[in-house]
Design a protein around this ligand. Structure first.
Ligand code: MSP
Length: 518
């Protein structure tokens, strides 16, 4: 972090429903959190990166019934698919929570008992339109003109049942004031404004939050500690994972990481995270999380949100097998402007990978290394500096600032763009100076130029580690350099290893249509 204070850092993904296999949408959030986790680890912060699965609720039961499986078995099998997918994609979570674990159930019951004992939970009858996809009641405003849920394109069902309610209304004014004062909590800003609008609607509607489901209708869940004939509403259960994974209340991890907590989500689950969760925290006397980072949707065919229910979901592991983990990761992180929607099309993938990775970064690193070898110029750390070092250092210093600010703001595409500004500049320097002609003329500037360029390439590779972890490691290790060092301050400080460059791997080849994933 640019503030240099080395505080711990806590980043969480949503815990994904286990009624479907992981798709690109889930992979995006998890990869973005992994990118952020790697960035902060490289900044020497003590990072806790949490992901996991949401095992309870109606829709898991419905999905299990379809497969003739018990909810428990079905949930375990799909949770394993998620855990394995993240492993195959090379992601590095510190923990993977399942809401069926005892550690989680205990914390949920503790928090429920506490809020109940404060008098913030009561019983009442509820009648409303329930969307099983969202696992929550929808308000009139949230339903489209055809009477359907706009996210799942299905009609919500009218349900009337006795329920326990959490006095969310009591805490909404406190939350509203908190969000008005602390403008940095929800990022980007458009989502903060949306949340403030929703709080006003909820205040006008005067409704509290139903937090239970009668066991006569649903058994698959965590029993209410004060009434065994009910299970906990799946959202009230699931949100608590963010503190149960830190062993709330006694755990050292809770004390250490919670003050630096960042939740990352897509906009589909903004309301539970920005309203239900903070009001629950206020009632439980737990400080509100530090940031909620909200991104848009990956759109599949029909420009609809990619999802299993709409049938336009893509498997990230299959795709990574044909593109490489890093190429998929790069595409996702670079293509989406964090906060806005982005289209997931083959055309976009190949355009992005061929332009940025093959033509810019791949071409630069290949030609710099091959000319160093061909003209017998190094790597030589002590070669005199070429004059272009000055302009490169100027760009490097601007880049660093933009890069760190972008990470602070969760603007991954801007962080990558910042590094590529120097990469493009180096390709231009190479084209303008024509080292191949300098070699013919036996120019004494050739060795300084190639070693200056190589130092700058290495500098960029160090900054690309969070987003290209496997390829940058290969590149740096091939040059005998440690991939684990902190971010370099400048290009001049890069020390090259004198070595006989034998072969080096082709990092980013151009992709042709024959190599398309499907
Ligand atoms: N189980 C709840 C979350 C509980 S968190 C306490 C849930 N699960 S989910 O499986 O539906 O996951 C939703 C999340 O998956 C989104 O918020 C986002 O992180 C990711 N995405 C799923 N589809 C996506 C897109 N098409 N585009 C971008 N992100 C997507 O909601």
């Amino acid at each position: 972090m640019s503030d240099g204070k080395k505080k711990p850092f806590y980043i969480s993904t949503p815990i994904y429903y286990v009624n479907a296999r992981p798709h690109i949408g889930h992979a995006y959030t998890t990869i973005a959190c992994d990118t952020l986790a790697r960035y902060h680890r490289l900044n020497q912060r003590d990072v806790f990166f949490l992901t996991g699965t949401d095992m309870h609720g109606d829709k898991i039961v419905k999905a299990a019934e379809k497969e003739n499986m018990s909810a428990e078995n079905y949930a375990e099998v799909t949770a394993n698919l998620f855990q394995n997918a993240w492993k195959e994609l090379g992601l590095t979570p510190n923990d993977f929570i399942r809401t069926t674990q005892d550690r989680h159930k205990k914390t949920v019951q503790k928090i429920l008992s506490y809020i109940h004992s404060k008098g913030d939970i009561y019983t009442d009858f509820y009648e409303g339109l329930y969307c099983f996809g969202c696992e929550r009641y929808l308000t009139e405003k949230e339903i489209d003109e055809e009477g359907k849920c706009p996210t799942h394109l299905t009609a919500p069902q009218l349900i009337k049942e006795k329920n326990y309610f959490f006095k969310m209304q009591k805490y909404l004014p406190v939350l509203k004031e908190y969000l008005q004062k602390n403008k940095q909590v929800i990022k980007p800003d458009i989502y903060r404004n949306e949340v403030l609008g929703t709080i006003d609607e909820l205040l006008a509607g005067k409704e509290d939050l139903s937090i239970s489901r009668p066991k006569s209708r649903l058994q698959w869940g965590i029993s209410l500690p004060f009434d065994d004939t009910f299970v906990t509403y799946v959202w009230f259960d699931a949100l608590i994972n963010y503190v149960s994974a830190l062993d709330y209340p006694e755990g050292d991890n809770f004390k250490k990481y919670w003050p630096e907590s960042v939740h990352m989500i897509a906009k589909d689950i903004l309301k539970p995270h920005a309203i239900f969760w903070p009001t629950m925290l206020l009632a439980a006397d737990i400080p509100i999380f530090k940031h909620l980072a909200v991104h848009g949707y990956w759109l599949g065919w029909g420009d609809l949100k990619m999802s299993k229910s709409l049938g336009n979901a893509k498997d990230p592991v299959e795709l990574a097998k044909s593109l490489s983990n890093d190429a998929l990761r790069f595409f996702l992180m670079r293509e989406m402007n964090f906060g806005s929607d982005a289209k997931f099309t083959e055309e976009a993938i190949y355009r992005r990978l061929n332009t940025d990775l093959a033509n810019e970064l791949g071409n630069l690193s290949q030609r710099t290394l091959s000319m160093l070898k061909k003209y017998n110029c190094g790597p030589d750390s002590d070669a005199p500096e070429h004059i272009v070092m000055n302009e490169l250092e100027e760009s490097a210093s601007a880049m660093k600032k933009n890069y760190h600010t972008a990470f602070d703001e969760f603007q991954f595409h801007k962080a990558i763009e910042a590094v590529f500004t120097i990469i493009k500049q180096m390709n231009k320097i190479t084209d303008d100076n024509k080292p191949w002609s300098m070699a013919k003329e036996n120019s004494t500037e050739l060795k300084p130029l190639l070693n200056t360029l190589l130092k700058a390439v290495v500098f960029c590779m160090y900054y690309l580690r969070p987003v290209l972890p496997e390829k940058t490691m290969l590149f740096l290790e091939t040059l005998g350099l440690s991939p684990d060092l902190p971010f370099p301050e400048n290009i001049r400080s890069i020390k090259l290893q004198s070595m006989n460059l034998a072969e080096w791997p082709m990092l980013f080849a151009r992709m042709t249509p024959q190599e398309k994933p499907d």
